[in-house]
Design a protein around this ligand. Structure first.
Ligand code: SF4
Ligand code: SF4
Length: 94
């Protein structure tokens, strides 16, 4: 007896987005175990952290940057890339 193979059209729909931009509503910062703390006096405003942050959680200001903790997941990439090492990863307190 031959077994009938299923195609992709047989799969049930797992989930779909009804509207774009919905990620803004989900504040993913509470996943964080460590948070980046910026010493703004040492910041040279090179914006490498802003370029590298995978969550667009670095906020550009005129002379330095800030972290948007609502969306920062604490990956530490910004601290790793900062050329003057003014970002320290600090354990999150809950
Ligand atoms: S820790 Fe990661 S997510 Fe948070 S600001 Fe730095 S690069 Fe972005
Ligand atoms: S990488 Fe460091 S020096 Fe450059 S903008 Fe970010 S915090 Fe400031």
């Amino acid at each position: 007896m031959s077994e009938k193979k299923l195609g992709w059209k047989s799969l049930s729909i797992g989930g779909y987005l009804l509207e774009p931009g919905s990620a803004m509503k989900y504040k993913t910062g509470d996943w964080r175990a460590f948070k980046p703390v910026i010493d703004q006096k040492k910041c040279i405003n090179c914006l490498l952290c802003w370029i590298y942050c995978p969550d667009s959680a670095i906020i550009r200001l005129e002379k330095y940057v800030e972290v948007n903790y609502d969306y920062c997941k604490g990956c530490g990439i910004c601290a790793n890339e900062c050329p003057v090492k003014c970002i320290t990863m600090v354990e999150e307190e809950r």
